[in-house]
Design a protein around this ligand. Structure first.
Ligand code: FAD
Ligand code: 2HG
Ligand code: ZN
Length: 465
């Protein structure tokens, strides 16, 4: 469906002309996310600031069969917020109020366009803590985190976005407003529809408001960075952390290749070791006098020969710098060509996965690098195929796709998933069948049809109808 001048005039009548962007440069900016698509095409950008406006927009768009892309902070990595077919982009950025922090119920009510960091800071002022944290915190929005079910750096301890949600307000394709779960911790009245919207990538409706669980502020955090000789030893370290009864708040790993990219892009950062190791892990714990201290844990890890070297962050600056080595990998890789896989495996299969991948990589084109890092404690490995821009782009894509096919077949064999936390979007929809059976996909399509009979909500994302 082509969006006409009359349609845009009508949308301006709902929002006021200053809240409909038509300038091609601005429209192009809003048409893409962090997956950095080469080609985009959108009709205009809508900037509503409350639920009623969104309801009117969606009722209008359904009536006129105008496709809509809900848009958050556009930090998504699966092209979920990308416009390619002349859609209108519905940006949630003006719905940016933290409405109500409740220290008794340990909840917060927010509008969907609040950024992750703004939420963290608002609740910190009340001495409380929002537990989902990710490198994109400054831009990613709560609506986007909900729509992708973002995992992040503290998943091992607190779970992901799905585990935090208590209530949702959603505007459906026809403009109806659904209020789901009444922000209750316990509610077994019928099907839990709220969870359908978490991870739905904007294909079922627009999330406008949410009530989320808060946590108590963690006690003092201790962070260690360790150098490790082999990947199985990283996994053994995870087991040791479980057996040590420590309160682990994060356990992340990255390869030497991954941190090498950060050291090139961020000249102010340094590796805290005199020599390089094949792998590194960051272990963050909440100090707890009744359990093992980090020093005791590291001593045991040395004795068992799991680690070759270790440093403890001894100031808040060192704490931030160690985290920066991990958090800046995505940014550092974005300077060259990059293709991303977001693999999920049963934790017990991680070592077999690595063994098989390394065998596959023996035959790879040396111009393509395979950079590994991720949330090891959750069984989530980020595999990034990377090359500098001296390689021809078509050659890069061809080679990266070839490697991806081989790695996906290992994931399939081990019954893992091709999306742990980034979603399917446009980029992974051809491979959805690798992880979901036909029957499962047909029920997903049935749900889509039920909520969005005219197919206007983010069409072409997750699957084609
Ligand atoms: P967008 O990119 O704008 O949108 C993502 C999807 O959600 C799209 O399909 C869009 O249509 C839909 N959407 C957005 N808002 C709404 C809404 N209000 N209602 C309905 N649908 C909506 N992800 C992780 O899971 N863990 C990480 O650790 C992590 N780290 C990252 C680090 C960096 C440096 C970067 C660039 C990305 C990272 N990501 C991570 C990916 C990304 O930040 C998350 O997926 C994030 O939740 C996306 O939020 P957003 O607001 O940017 O959404
Ligand atoms: C992270 O864990 C993000 O840093 C991004 O999920 C992963 O860039 C990636 O592949
Ligand atoms: Zn991640």
């Amino acid at each position: 469906m082509k969006v006409t001048k009359k349609n845009i005039d009508d949308l301006e009548a709902i929002l006021g002309p200053s809240h409909v962007l038509k300038d091609p440069k601005q429209v192009q900016e809003y048409s893409k996310d962090w997956s950095k698509p080469q080609e985009t095409f959108a009709s205009c950008v809508l900037l509503p600031n409350h639920t009623e406006e969104i309801s009117k927009i969606l009722a209008y768009c359904q009536k006129h069969q105008i496709p809509v892309v809900p848009s958050g902070g556009r930090t998504g990595l699966a092209a979920g917020a990308v416009a390619k077919q002349g859609e209108v982009i519905l940006s949630l950025g003006r719905l940016n109020k933290v409405l109500n922090v409740d220290p008794v119920g340990l909840t917060v009510e927010v509008e969907a366009g609040v950024t992750t960091q703004a939420l963290q800071e608002a609740v910190a002022k009340e001495s409380l803590f929002y537990a989902v944290d990710l490198g994109a915190r400054g831009s990613s929005q709560i609506g986007g985190n909900l729509a992708t079910n973002a995992g992040g750096l503290k998943f091992i301890r607190y779970g992901g976005t799905r585990e935090q949600v208590l209530g949702l307000e959603v505007v459906l394709a026809g403009g109806q407003v659904l209020n789901l779960n009444r922000a209750l911790r316990k509610n077994n009245a019928g099907y839990p529809l709220m969870y359908l919207f978490v991870g739905s990538e904007g294909t079922l409706g627009v999330i406008t408001r949410a009530t989320l669980k808060l946590s108590k502020k963690p006690r003092e955090l201790t962070l260690a960075c360790v150098g490790v000789e082999t990947f199985p030893k990283v996994v053994d370290l995870l087991a040791l952390s479980h057996q040590s009864n420590m309160s682990v708040t994060a356990l992340e790993f990255f390869s030497d290749l991954a941190v090498g990219k950060v050291l090139i892009s961020f000249s102010g950062l340094k590796l805290p070791f005199a020599e390089r190791f094949p792998y590194y892990a960051l272990i963050e714990i909440e100090e707890d006098l009744s359990s093992l201290s980090m020093e005791q844990f590291l001593e045991t890890a040395f004795e068992k020969e799991l680690i070759r070297d270790a440093v403890l962050a001894s100031s808040s600056q060192e704490f931030r710098d160690l985290w920066a080595l991990r958090e800046n990998i995505t940014e550092s890789l974005s300077h060259g060509y990059v293709r991303k896989n977001d693999i999920s495996l049963s934790i017990k299969d991680l070592c077999v996965f690595f063994e098989k991948v390394n065998k596959t990589l023996e035959k790879k084109d040396p111009k393509i690098e395979v950079v590994m890092f991720g949330h090891i404690g959750d069984g989530n490995v980020h595999v990034n195929y990377s090359a500098d821009r001296l390689v021809d782009h078509d050659t890069f894509i061809k080679e990266a796709q070839l490697l991806e096919r081989r790695i996906f077949s290992i994931v399939h064999e081990l019954k893992g998933s091709i999306s742990a936390e980034h979603g399917i979007g446009l980029l992974k929809k051809d491979d959805l069948k690798l992880v979901c059976e036909e029957l499962e996909i047909s029920y997903m399509k049935g749900i889509k049809q039920l909520f969005d009979p005219k197919g206007i909500m983010n069409p072409g994302k997750i699957f084609d109808l």
